[in-house]
Design a protein around this ligand. Structure first.
Ligand code: NAD
Length: 367
């Protein structure tokens, strides 16, 4: 008999209704007692091509939390790939547990075997708590891995390409709001000066702008300040600055009930994933405040373009940057649709991404 008394929230266990809610295709639960590996591979949609998305290792509070995370992230990858014009679907993998304690060669290679068993339907890459060395172990067991270090023949660090996409997306926002895509004379705050933030500052500093930076690691903010002539500000202060453009490049959910009323910018354009704390209300709130928001999954897609084309074949630097540059035009198209339909830019971007999946899907089904 199944013991259900202890289940606090039976809804958590209704896996198929979770999958049906956003139309996920497949979920693979991977278990290996020998190495202690527990992983979930989420495949959201493969209409456009193999489901690509990184592997994240995290000590989740529960299996349901891990499942929820992988489903949400896989879905995001579908739309990011679609709006970027890539022939890729959306997927993601999570490995459950403490990365510092569990990872070993056998553990990672076992995960690689699971990826290989899907025959290329899912393609993995690096994500939180996975290093280039970890990816190298995974790649010993599967061909379906991308974003490997340049030293072993991969496309290398995607951050410079991501930063370039954010930069051109920001310029498109300026075109929309100020009538010119020059950033000259604008004040811009960059929240988080890690891999992407630092490269982004390199582009911005060339445009004679006034820069503000904040970072959880104080020395990093100070390094950015001295390198690019920026002002280092406090972690919370960044939301109250009187700037033209706010660029979230640290973590998600920084656009929320608390911060929206504090922001004084006219534009938000940054690299962080899932910037809107609650998509169903915060896009609308930004629209009402007259803040032009560049949907994160579009303007931070440079990294995916880099690893995606590395996997699909035909990678060269010029091609990657040319494709990333299209983010400029797509951002303008999104503003146009948003205005025409009276919908938030996030919703307009999703509409464009879904339309491509629908149309290409029909082409693929035709004789
Ligand atoms: P990173 O870890 O190199 O940099 C993030 C920086 O943010 C770090 O310096 C960290 O100290 C800082 N930070 C953390 N919390 C902060 C806070 N509360 N306030 C200010 N700073 C804080 O990461 P990254 O590769 O530069 O990526 C930045 C963001 O962009 C992440 O959200 C990532 O998911 C997203 N992103 C990155 C890529 C890529 O190619 N690297 C692609 C798509 C999306």
């Amino acid at each position: 008999m199944i013991e259900v008394k202890e289940l606090k929230n039976t809804k958590e266990f209704e896996i198929f209704s979770e999958l049906a809610e956003h139309d996920h295709e497949q979920v693979v639960f991977c278990n290996d007692s020998e190495t202690g590996l527990k992983a979930i591979i989420g495949i959201h949609n493969t209409v456009l091509g193999p489901a690509l998305g990184g592997t994240r290792m995290w000590n989740y509070p529960s299996d349901a939390a891990a499942l929820n995370d992988v489903l949400r992230l896989a879905r995001g990858m579908t739309y990011k790939a679609s709006i970027s014009g890539l022939n890729l679907g959306g997927g993601k993998a999570v490995i459950l547990g403490d990365a510092a304690k569990l990872k070993s060669e056998a553990f990672l290679r076992r995960f690689g075997r699971f990826v290989e068993s899907l025959n290329g339907k899912y393609v993995t890459a690096e994500d939180v708590n996975m290093s280039p060395e970890d990816m190298e172990y995974i790649s010993m067991e599967t061909r379906h891995v991308t974003g490997l270090s340049e030293s072993i023949g991969g496309g290398g660090d995607p951050s410079p390409v991501t930063a370039y996409g954010v930069y051109v997306g920001m310029k498109a926002c300026a075109k929309k709001v100020y009538g010119s895509d020059s950033l000259e004379g604008k004040s811009i705050s960059v929240q988080g000066v890690g891999h992407v933030g630092m490269y982004l500052l390199g582009y911005l500093a060339k445009e004679n702008v006034k820069l503000y930076v904040s970072d959880y690691v104080r020395e990093r903010a100070e390094e950015a300040a001295s390198k690019f002539g920026a002002n280092a500000v406090g972690l919370d202060e960044v939301y109250d600055l009187d700037v033209d453009i706010y660029s979230p490049c640290a973590l998600g959910a920084t656009i929320n009930n608390d911060t929206i009323s504090r922001l004084q910018c006219q534009i938000i354009a940054g690299a962080a994933n899932n910037q809107l704390d609650d998509e169903s209300i915060h896009g609308e709130m930004l629209m009402k405040r007259g803040i032009a928001y560049a949907p994160d999954f579009l303007i931070n897609a440079g990294g995916l373009i880099n690893v995606g084309i590395d996997y699909l074949g035909g990678w060269n630097k010029e091609r990657i940057y040319r494709k990333t540059e299209k983010i400029y035009q797509t951002t303008l198209d999104i503003f146009k649709l948003s205005e025409k339909e009276g919908i938030p830019t996030q919703n307009a971007a999703l509409r464009i991404a879904k339309k491509r999946i629908h149309e290409v899907g029909k082409v693929k089904r035709a004789l």
